[in-house]
Design a protein around this ligand. Structure first.
Ligand SMILES: Nc1ncnc2c1ncn2[C@@H]1O[C@H](COP(=O)(O)OP(=O)(O)OP(=O)(O)O)[C@@H](O)[C@H]1O
Ligand SMILES: [Mg+2]
Length: 286
């Protein structure tokens, strides 16, 4: 059965794209047919993080009725299929958010997992992914503004008929995470399904930088697969497989784009873990 997960926040810059890309790659590494769509059509970052910023056809063209979805699918790491959004303002202006639902409808026919990197804030293009996903995962930073905005997004999700699976607290500095977890669960009213430490390496780089350091040049840590992935995929994870960069090639159905050389020192997910109690978190099959 296809599962659609929307990675959302409320406040910008909380780590949605970082989590989307790493999670998508881990699912692809498990051999799951996984698609990642950048629904942040205004401030698209997935393409930048994965080195797809020069993609000739993106979600922008598809939403503008100028391109076919088949031409906007690129191969990322581990066979992850990526639908980037364009980075031009003109492309954004021409993109029609009303078409997002149709695009998602087309993509779910092809995959086992569809991850949607949602835009921050409350916008038309952001509401559809909240409404039509099987589950919404909120990425929250441990600061008041982020928590308040995440709460708004949770309420909005429920208003439009969506369902929030839980939250991931990203950029945690504290050693003791139990207190913050309890507080977050109390305020948001959803389970905390993961915790990610702030990494000194990425700190100071507010946006992923193409062709230099980015949040994705480093493969996800196995604790991500040993934690969140069983909840999402329903599979026990036994061993880690290393990511390999891919050569450029093209096929009729998916345009393959250059994979980026990956560095194996990634520790963003070093302390990413799912609390034991959350392993029983409800999955919301629809
Ligand atoms: N755990 C972390 N520790 C340090 N830096 C991080 C961490 N998670 C993400 N970052 C960095 O924070 C910045 C914002 O992350 P990201 O782009 O994933 O957020 P976002 O929620 O997608 O932002 P936007 O709302 O603008 O789309 C990036 O530079 C990323 O590398
Ligand atoms: Mg983003």
């Amino acid at each position: 059965m296809v599962k659609v997960y929307t990675i959302a926040s409320g406040k910008g810059g909380t780590g949605k794209t970082t989590v989307s890309v790493n999670l998508g790659t881990m699912l692809a590494q498990l051999g799951k047919e996984t698609y990642l769509m950048d629904a942040d059509i205004g401030m698209a970052n997935v393409g930048l993080v994965l080195g797809l910023q020069d993609a000739p056809v993106t979600l922008h063209e598809v939403l503008a009725g100028k391109g076919n979805i088949n031409d906007a699918i690129y191969e990322g790491p581990a066979g992850l299929k990526v639908i980037p959004s364009g980075i031009s303002l003109q492309g954004f202006q021409q993109a029609d958010p009303d078409r997002i639902r149709d695009v998602m409808g087309e993509l779910v026919k092809r995959c086992e997992f569809l991850l949607i990197d949602a835009p921050a804030g409350i916008s038309k293009d952001g509401v559809v992914p909240l409404a039509v996903a099987d589950e919404v995962i909120l990425i929250v930073n441990p600061e008041l503004s982020s928590i308040v905005d995440a709460l708004k997004t949770k309420i909005l999700t429920e208003v439009v008929g969506g369902h929030v699976l839980g939250s991931i607290i990203n950029r945690v500095d504290q050693d003791k995470t139990d207190i913050i977890t309890k507080k977050m669960e109390k305020v948001l009213g959803v389970k905390v399904i993961g915790i990610i430490r702030r990494t000194p390496m990425s700190a100071g780089h507010p946006l992923p930088r193409p062709r230099s350091s980015s949040s994705f040049q480093h493969p996800p840590h196995p604790r991500l697969s040993g934690g969140l992935l069983p909840i999402l995929s329903g599979l026990p994870i036994r061993k880690r497989r290393r990511l390999r960069s891919r050569k450029v090639s093209s096929t009729a159905s998916a345009r393959h784009f250059s994979g980026r050389k990956l560095n194996n020192n990634f520790n963003l997910f070093l302390v990413f873990r799912v609390h034991t109690a959350l392993l029983t978190a409800e999955t919301h099959d629809q």
